[in-house]
Design a protein around this ligand. Structure first.
Ligand code: GTQ
Ligand code: FE2
Length: 349
């Protein structure tokens, strides 16, 4: 029971911006909560194409990117798809240039549609073909161009909410619309032996390279392995060949294959994941709610949500995913727990 003395004390403390922990523990203010949510490809693609025709962006160099905002965070003014990551669908219209800039937020791209557009990253041109996975590390100059006659669309994922949380968001434009191409095609991947050889001095593990991982290589790797994980089917991680660690210091990216008839085991973990359907269709049950997903859909898995994946589509399915696992690990926060098959009590999307 709060006495007059308690109340006076609280007022006195609050007046000097101090809050007693024993009082804070009693009050449970409403907090932003990441929701499991899906952004449907059909909807996102239509919005992207419509954006492609908007005059207001013609020649502007601004990104035609559609950021997916988590409805659980929106009321709190938080822009991310999750608390730690921000994903978007970006379209580069035929003939268009998304002008050069660099920023401290790191980005990855997963190409959904189109072939023959390219991104220039610190002076090297990388062709973007559907299924390719492309890194834009922190502070690398990048511009995107599409000389083809069809739109190219990809999924962006940035660690921007984390960068912003640390007030470490810096960004600058390149003095020209595009940066000069100064490197031969394949240069960056070749400098680390395409991951098959490594520099004898070990390379510089702090320098994150703007590597590209081609779809054919990644997908064939998945076809070569059997289901190797009870929760994830056949799953491989895109690695940084210099450190053998995660692809990016802040983001772990994976590709997994579920075959028809899979209903994998349930678990939960402290890392937050954004999934994107690269091929086929299937389902996930997240905290008792079933989400049926198919090609091009993007969905969130909140931290510590019980989840299980399955595929009853009659064909194989491939999921691309990105998570904040490297940061969770760096903070010593990773934990995981196995669960039982869940009873379905609702749906997502
Ligand atoms: O392609 O440079 O979705 O700077 C958000 C910020 C994409 C990009 C986004 C960006 C970009
Ligand atoms: Fe950018």
């Amino acid at each position: 029971m709060a006495t007059k003395q308690d109340e006076d004390y609280l007022k006195k403390a609050e007046a000097v911006d101090v809050y007693p922990l024993w009082v804070m523990h009693q009050q449970r203010p409403e907090r932003p909560k990441v929701e499991p949510v899906v952004w449907r490809w059909e909807v996102m693609r239509a919005l992207a194409y419509e954006a492609g025709e908007l005059e207001s962006l013609k020649g502007g160099g601004e990104r035609r990117a559609l950021t997916m905002r988590n409805p659980g965070l929106k009321p709190f003014g938080i822009a991310g798809s999750t608390k730690t990551m921000s994903s978007a669908i970006q379209i580069v219209w035929p003939g268009e240039v998304a002008t050069a800039h660099r920023h401290t937020a790191a980005a990855i791209r997963f190409v959904i549609e189109g072939d023959g557009a390219f991104t220039v990253q610190d002076g090297e041109r990388f062709r973007m073909t559907a299924g390719d996975f492309v890194l834009t590390p922190n502070w690398v100059w990048h511009d995107h161009s599409n000389p083809t006659d069809k739109a190219v669309i990809w999924l962006d994922c940035l660690d921007a909410p984390m960068t912003g949380y640390f007030d470490a968001m810096f960004q600058e434009p390149f003095p020209e619309d595009t940066q000069p191409v100064t490197k031969l095609p394949g240069y960056t991947n070749a400098t680390i032996g395409n991951g098959m050889m490594r520099p004898v001095d070990g390379g510089d593990p702090t320098k994150v390279l703007p590597l590209t991982y081609k779809w054919a290589d990644s997908y064939n790797t998945l076809l070569a392995i059997e289901g190797n994980d009870p929760h994830d089917g056949a799953i491989m991680e895109y690695s940084n060949p210099v450190t053998a660690g995660h692809a990016m210091p802040t983001l772990a990216c994976k590709l997994q294959r579920l075959v028809d008839g899979d209903h994998l085991e349930a678990h939960r973990h402290t890392s937050t994941v954004i999934y994107h359907v690269a091929k086929g269709s299937g389902f996930s049950i997240i905290d008792g709610k079933r989400l049926d997903w198919s090609f091009g859909d993007t969905f969130t898995l909140p931290a510590w949500s019980m989840h299980e994946h399955g595929n009853d589509s009659g064909d194989e399915a491939v999921l691309f995913s990105m998570s904040d696992l490297p940061v969770i690990e760096a903070m010593g926060l990773f934990r995981a727990e196995d669960g039982q098959r869940q009873e379905v009590t609702g749906t997502i999307g």
